[in-house]
Design a protein around this ligand. Structure first.
Ligand code: SOE
Length: 378
């Protein structure tokens, strides 16, 4: 695994726990953790259970006893590492968003298409049982013809203008702000649940806080502030409308400055027969309105997605017992290892990641042209 920040912790937990709960066709060994700072990498390796450490990712790719490369670095290094790993015949799991630009995502997808190894992008929220079940419900026809998608991903860890300028606020490292960090999840999940692809977007981006204190110590989400200030080079909010290839129309909002909202990834899909409503903050249930029920019994139901018949659940606790944020990372490892062992293309593929990148790029292009009505015209 290359990188050891927040996602490094989450992925480590997935690699460690998945083979203990799921009956996997191959048993992953946590061979090597790579990070630029030897001391910090060693400490992370000991904490999470990686056998060895290395300071250069090229060293990991050169090793014969490494079959899988898991990339959990900021977006700026995804393309270089993933392409080199695929060229060396490794299987690659790469954190979202796939890359920082369309060109990089295209090159990564081309590398994946010609590779012997498998390549998957880490849109982990597909593996929340309620999200996977939402897709199953749509596929069963319970929602009917899908007409509207309403998706928001709202956090508030950047509301304070003194929150430091971590890498997630720097375009050269992160590619974009809320758009790529959170909007990418909303786009992927909306496409996954509906089974439709977004084909057109129109949107706007906004930055509310243009300067922040430079980071002293800390990581991608938080840290200590220094006296010096630097420029925020990404969006704080992305707002866009979209058309899907199956005829649905959608609205999206992504921001890390929505006061009071902690991790609110919410998606509502309304169709001719029913509506489903997913909320990551209530991840053990799924809202469902069945318009075919008798009029006297209609209303939204909170389906508890905690039963062995629901996706992924049977491997865990007795019926009715809840799962959390971290389980998605175990489900991701399970699906990835199974696909590799069975010689199947794992999903979401790099091509799926590229498609999300096209949507993000479309929003940026649209935002740079801005409004039809400027307020000054009559
Ligand atoms: C921070 O906004 C963050 O950690 C994102 O980077 C992740 O993609 C999301 O899953 C949770 O929030």
């Amino acid at each position: 695994m290359i990188g050891h920040g927040f996602m490094g912790a989450a992925h480590s937990q997935g690699w460690r726990v998945a083979p203990r709960f799921f009956d996997l066709p191959a048993r992953p060994e946590m061979t090597l953790l790579v990070g630029r700072n030897a001391g910090r990498t060693e400490a992370a390796a000991q904490k999470w259970g990686w056998e060895q450490t290395e300071t250069d990712w090229r060293g990991a790719i050169a090793r014969d006893d490494v079959d899988v490369i898991d990339i959990v670095t900021p977006g700026a290094s995804h393309a270089e590492i993933a392409i080199a790993a695929l060229e060396a015949g490794k299987h690659v799991l790469c954190e979202k968003p796939l890359a920082n630009s369309l060109e990089e995502a295209e090159a990564m997808t081309a590398a994946a298409e010609g590779a012997v190894g498998s390549a998957m992008v880490g849109f982990t929220y597909r593996r929340v049982p309620a999200a996977a079940f939402a897709r199953d419900l749509v596929q069963s026809g319970a929602v009917g013809e899908i007409r509207q998608v309403r998706a928001v991903y709202l956090q508030d860890w950047l509301v304070d203008p003194e929150a430091p300028l971590t890498w997630r606020l720097q375009k050269d490292l992160a590619g974009s702000g809320a758009l790529g960090d959170l909007g990418a999840h909303a786009v992927d999940l909306a496409q996954f649940i509906t089974g439709q692809k977004i084909t057109a977007v129109s949107g706007t981006l906004n930055t509310f806080v243009h300067e922040r204190p430079l980071l002293g110590h800390g990581s991608g989400l938080a840290g200590t502030a220094t006296a010096e200030r630097g420029t925020v080079t990404v969006d704080d909010l992305a707002l866009f409308n979209s058309r899907f290839d199956g005829g649905a129309v959608g609205s999206f909002e992504a921001t890390r400055m929505s006061t009071g909202r902690k991790n609110a990834l919410r998606i509502e899909v309304a169709g001719s027969r029913g509506t489903i409503s997913f909320d990551l903050e209530k991840m053990n249930s799924l809202g469902f309105y069945d318009a075919t029920a008798p009029a006297t019994r209609q209303g939204f139901t909170d389906i508890m997605v905690t039963e062995p018949e629901h996706p992924y659940i049977s491997a865990w606790w007795p019926a009715g017992h809840m799962l959390g944020y971290e389980h998605g990372f175990s489900h991701q490892v399970k699906d990835f290892v199974e696909a590799i062992s069975e010689g199947r293309q794992p999903e979401p593929s790099f091509a799926d990641g590229l498609q999300v990148q096209r949507v993000l790029g479309g929003v940026e292009r649209s935002a740079s042209h801005e409004s039809i009505w400027t307020g000054t015209e009559s």
